[in-house]
Write a protein that binds this ligand. Sequence first.
Ligand code: PMP
Ligand code: GLU
Length: 392
Amino acid sequence: MLSKKLSSVTPSFTVGISTKVKELKKQGQDITNLSIGEPDFFTPENIKEAAIEAIQNNLTKYDAASGVLELRQAICKKLKIDNNLDYEANQIVVSSGAKHSITNILMAVLDPGDEVIIPAPYWVSYPEMVKLTGGVPVFIDTKKGNSFKLQPEELKDAITKNTKAIFITNPSNPTGTVYNKEELKMIVDICVQNDIYILSDEIYEKIIFDKEFTSIASFSKKAYDLTITINGLSKSASMTGWRIGYTASNLELAKAMGSIQGHLVSHPSTISQWAALEAVENCEEATQDMVKIYRTRRDLIIELFKEIPKLSIIKPDGAFYFFIDISQLKDSLDYKDSLSLKVCDDLLEKQKVAFVPGIAFGNDEFIRMSYATSLENIKTGLDKLKKYTESL
Ligand code: PMP
Ligand code: GLU
């Protein structure tokens, strides 16, 4: 009796594994969790206080479908200062997390059968979101030798007359790869020539080490018109549970998304939006403190992997993930369908450490590690991983 759409949609691996870990921990099991991409920091105090103040001031009523005006204005200022982008408040739509923003975009632009290009490895939810909104995901397997960056020729080959949009995630989840300006420009030029919407997921924009971040919409007027910039506060302000994301786009799209959202959820929680206003205006120092800590962890992990010769990694320049090459374990393991599932199941069962199988991101020869967790957990988790590879 369920909709046919659901027959090809799988539950979120990232959310699923982390829920399983929480259950096992409740049962008393000592699990090291390197799975979920959720900052291990508390939401900064000033942001929490802004929420409490909003409640006390009775800012708890319905508001504009596209989001509280003051927040949209603050987002415009942020986009100008950080990204050199000019937007008016009516081009911003605030939603319940970037997940919701992406769903709004897809609902606004896709007709049944429209193709959406998704470079793999990709963030776990993109293909399912595309399928749920009537589109067809088209994957491009990017190469480890290219640091998993999409190459212009690969993109040209994947474009058809049905191509409507492409996802670009920069910095990338799950690989931590960061595109430089020239690399991005080559991709953007092809999208512009072919009139393809660019869904630019910039949620890890602030979590970047030594590299310069470029916002895709800043390349040209045409790029600006075709790009929907996706961002949110889950990562930069450690506000995962508050559920605030946003889009910046051309006015036509923003109106369409506002109207979709108005019918489906009205708008995200007003209390979260007032807290988000404080986060957008006054969180840079706290974010940079977190980034410093992520960098220390990343550098330590690179050292620790030198002691695990059977596994290889690419140094990530952003986000808080390592995508770990497990292909050398293939011959030592007895598995049916999926190598990465087998490895992650073994690791959880035998070593009590949780990773996310690469198959969830479209590459079965890898597993993903999140280092949004303490140094102690990282050391324990990688020690368990080492023991596992030595046992094979
Ligand atoms: N995009 C990417 C690349 C992500 O990793 C995530 C996961 N947080 C999201 C979007 C969605 O984030 P949220 O819905 O918490 O804003
Ligand atoms: N984006 C994070 C991750 O990839 C959080 C979980 C999710 O939203 O999928 O782990």
